[in-house]
Every structure is written in structure tokens, then in C-alpha cells.
Ligand binder design. Sequence first.
Ligand SMILES: Nc1nc2c(ncn2[C@@H]2O[C@H](COP(=O)(O)OP(=O)(O)OP(=O)(O)O)[C@@H](O)[C@H]2O)c(=O)[nH]1
Ligand SMILES: [Mg+2]
Length: 421
Amino acid sequence: MHQNDNSERIERAVLVGIELPGDDSHSVEESMRELERLTDTAGAEVAGRIIQKKSRPDGSTFLGKGKAQELTDLCGETEADLVICDRELSPAQTRNLEEIVGVSVIDRSRLILDIFACRAKTREGKLQVELAQLNFLLPRLTGKGMALSRLGGGIGTRGPGETKLEVDRRRIRKRISDLKKEIEEVRRHREIMRRGRKDVPVPQVSLVGYTNAGKSTLLKKLTGADVLVEDKLFATLDPTTRRVDLPNNEMVLLTDTVGFINNLPHHLVAAFRATLEEVVESDVLVHVIDISHPNAAGQAQTVIKVLDSLGAGEKPTITVYNKIDRVAEEQPPIPDYGDDPVLVSALSGSGMSDLLDRIARVAAIKRVRRRFFLPFDRSSLLSVLHQKGRVIKQDHGPEGITVDVELEEVWASRIESVLKG
Ligand SMILES: Nc1nc2c(ncn2[C@@H]2O[C@H](COP(=O)(O)OP(=O)(O)OP(=O)(O)O)[C@@H](O)[C@H]2O)c(=O)[nH]1
Ligand SMILES: [Mg+2]
């Protein structure tokens, strides 16, 4: 018997991987190890695993006949309740495989959705997760929703908070459209808050990186913020913003964000767009890489890919190698995944002053020459211009003040957006 503290039975899962031509076995293995961690994070136990080498997944059952039988046997032997597949399954593949194996079958996307469902804390987070779940479920409903008759407990079935997931197609559609409206409202609210922040033109810096890289630990170290740090995947879902004072007497706002992962389900990225806007709107990114991780290079690439897809690939980015305390000195030199990385340990605090210096430099790096027209009701910005830049000329006209000024680009664009807003 497998019992946890609440004496609920811990679910046991058999993991299934597939190696296609062109995959290297190392990356399949890496992906399977990550699936193990995801399974653990979701609160289940890994009972076994199989990997099939195949030219392509079977259209109707994903696995070939022999492998499907092997999986059935393994599930029986290990008393597994659940099969988790490392690749995305079509609704039909899921159904057919369930029929053969006789236990629930879910895929990586569904597992990640489930973790998000359990972790969402804020209203916004919950709304976004529920929307992603319903979008995922809708095409998987057959007939009168019978395919979801097993809904009722366990991984892949949990709704955000205490909400039960709907299984009726018409009601799902209605709920989806309600959720979209609500998210739009939250988004507007966030936009207003953001504009408020822009009125005090302080550069915005976002921590981005693979899940578990140490972003929250870093925010905590730099700002004393009381954020959740955990050796689990996706500890952070909702962004937290704190002020950081820099060595040059300037300050920035630093935001901790949701971690990225390989094969992030696209409906999830779409659902989290409101949250990820923090990243898109920031002036500088700090890309945190867990340099002690065997697949640091692959993780860094995934993050860069996601940033590109969000349209944030061109932002000024500081690369940080974190967990340097775990890297033995005799280890071979660390390869470069970004330009001139800053080496830190967010845990011990080493490298923090280097990082702050770098943030100060990058946030302030580019000086540009601009002409601003300040209407009288915005003339308070004149003192900001004098403080932040070198005012070359100022002309008082009947409607306002025209100022020629040389200042750092981030400040120029901040002031531009304040004047527009
Ligand atoms: N040894 C060591 N461990 C660290 C360091 N920084 C973070 N960790 C550990 O790494 C784990 C993940 O840290 P988090 O700060 O939660 O990582 P995150 O990037 O915010 O992760 P998500 O929110 O899940 O995306 C925790 O167990 C931390 O204690 C470090 O510099 N050295
Ligand atoms: Mg975090």
C-alpha cells in the first residue's frame, strides 16, 4: 500500500517515452528525467518507465502493438493507476491507449496543466489555468462527455482551487467565453497598474529562466521579498515585483516570473499571456541559468526560444549563471550560453554586487538625444529630465515647454510612454 500523510493513496505512474529518428537518445533521456520530476511535483510516484524507438508514433494508439502490450503488463505488475506520456497525444490516441492499457492515460501537457492547477494562487492565475484546461479538454470530449467519466480525482483531473471542471460541452463553451472576459478585465487592471508605475519612470527588469533555475531565490536575496522558493518545478506562477536600489543610487523594479519548460503546451503559453506581458513590457531581462544542471545549454536554448516567440528576444539581456556554489572548481570551464555571464549563487549571495553593477550598467547604458514637448500639465517631468539627463535647450511656448535633452534610452522611452499615456 502506498499512503501519504493524509492517508490518501499516492498515485503510481508509468512513464512512456518515444525516440524518433533524429532524436538523440541523450535528449530523450533528459526529457524523461524531467517528466519524472514533473510527476513527483504533481504528487505521484514513478512506478516504471518504457521507451520505444519508432520511426513515427502510431496514429491510433501512439505505441506499436508489442509495446502497448508491454505497457499493459508493466502497469499490471507495478499496480500503476496512470500512464504519463512524454509527448503530446491526440484525443483519439489517448482513448485508444486507455482502452488497451485499462488505466488513465495523460500526456506531458496535461500533467503540467495539473501542476499549474494546484499551484495557481491569485485570481488571475486561477482564471488563466482554468481557461487553459478547458481549451485542452474541449476537443477531448466525445459523445456526451463520456470520455471524461473518469473525472473525479487524481492527476489530470484537478481544477484550479476547489472548482470542479465542467464536463458538459455547452457549459464549457459558455465558461470559456466568461473566463476570457474576466481575464480581459484583469488584464486591463494590470495595464492601469503598469501605467501607474510608468508615471514614476523607473526601469523595469524581469527575471526569466527555466523552471527551478533560482529566479525566486535571486529576487529574495536582492530584495528580501518573501516569495516561495522550492525545489519543485513551477514553484512560481504569479509575478511578484519589488524595488531594488542600485549601487549608482538609481533604482529599478525587479519582477519574478513563471519559469519556462521544454515543450510548454502552447495553450498554456497563450493562457498566460497576461502574466507574460510583464516580460514583454520590461526594459531589461535577466536570464537566470542553473549552471549546475547537466542540461543547462538545452534549458537556456528553450528560454531563448520562448522569449523569441513572445517578441522579447531582442531586449537587452543579462545572462546569469546561478548555483555556482554547486559547480566544483576542478570542473572544466563553463561554456558560454550568453554574452559575458555574471556568476552568482543566489543561495549564498555571492556575486550579488557584480549583478547589481551589471543591472545598473545595462539599465542605463544607451544615451540618446531627444526633443520632448511637455504640455503645462506635464511640466513636472521637466525636473525628471534635468535629473536624469543633460538638458541642452529648453523653450517655453504658449502651450508648454520644448526640451532638447540627452539621456539614457530606457529613460527616453519611459518618458515617451508617460507622455503618450
Ligand atoms: N545550491 C544552490 N541552490 C539554489 C541556488 N539558487 C536556488 N537554489 C535552489 O534551487 C531550487 C529552485 O529555486 P527557485 O528560486 O524556487 O527557482 P525558480 O527559478 O524560481 O523556479 P520556478 O518558480 O519553479 O520557475 C530551490 O531549492 C533553491 O533553494 C543557488 O545559488 N545554489
Ligand atoms: Mg520561482
